[in-house]
Design a binder for this molecule. Sequence first.
Ligand code: CNA
Length: 386
Amino acid sequence: MASSGRDGDESQKGEAESCVGNGSSSKDGYQQSNEDEGAVELIRRYFAEKLGFSEDKKEVFQEKVKALTEASVDGVIKYIQERNCKNIITMAGAGISTAAGIPDFRSPGCGLYSNLQKYKLPDPQAIFEIGFFRQNPQPFFTLAKELYPGSFKPTLCHYFIRLLNEKGLLLRHYTQKQNIDTLERVAGLPAEKIVEAHGTFHTSHCLECKHEYTVDWMKERIFSDSVPTCEKCDGVVKPDIVFFGEDLPTRFFVCAEKDFPKCDLLIILGSSLTVQPFASLIDRVPKVCPRLLINRERAGHRDWVMAALQMGRGLDFDSRDNFRDVAWLGSCDEGCQMLADKLGWGDELRKLVVDEHVRISKQQNETSKRQTEYPSEKKRAESEHQ
Ligand code: CNA
């Protein structure tokens, strides 16, 4: 996967070279390409004027000068170092936790949506739709039991985000995983740095009277194979993850409004960027802000017609005018290790992962040993959390 990442970089570099006309194309080829560009520019202007999308080219040109010197990973590293970035935003999807053994949603074959046949749902997404859940909550809780974290450990990518924070570079981490794993917290990222856009398993609420329940209360119900019902009013209790058809947490809107205009580098990790409004956060950074995607596949990019016409929104890896968007294709862990190496923190990150994984294993062993020796301690710990 790293090699395809590197190929991705090379293609960006090739593109940058052809932009300045120093490629190996013949004079005829060069003239032809100039004519093509002229035609594309004419079409672009025509549509931009007709549709009212006209952009101030001068402004964009001036901004271009301010962004990456090279639309590649090395360009991003140089930018971080020379511009003294302090307001990096990371946006993460389910892909940052697959290396910990937690499936994502849409990856063909191994993603959750490919493996829900046994629940006989009208369609795979129904398991996360609030209307369906109100009628039939059982499939969701059966799935939650299957997926409940046993001894998952944060991935290297989670620790990279922690390092960004410890180096004073991270403004905020936005995650759209439904955080049953809460791996960001386990990795040591402070709560105020995390925005859980699609909620969390950390708390649960009764759908009727809104009474709150703890993660341990919910866990016990999930593992006893019962649909959790409220002790006050008998309503169904749902973990505070955002289902389709529900509003996102207020914190998401408040933080996004404040953070994105300040962002000086956006790093998108392990997301298909298919679900709104999370996906469109990528368009809320300043026009000059570089955006780096680290993912197994390209995501969130404008289609080529819109890119050629300089219209529409989304990442823009391929247009000749690209001065800020970079795709590194491969695993999140490999991509983050590569970034850390280039920033000179490679060994620190490797050591952090090893030390923390040893610490977590030790903690997990001690807990399960204590609970085997003193089963009543488990009961006490659970009731203390309620
Ligand atoms: P996703 O749609 O499953 O995408 C994951 C992305 O990560 C894909 O592009 C993968 O190729 C990539 N990937 C997987 N593993 C790795 C890896 N190790 N390294 C690099 N890349 C990797 O998950 P997202 O988080 O992007 O999307 C959110 C899910 C939540 C959507 O698919 C929704 O259907 C789902 N959901 C949303 C809601 C809601 O919006 N309220 C509710 C319930 C579920």
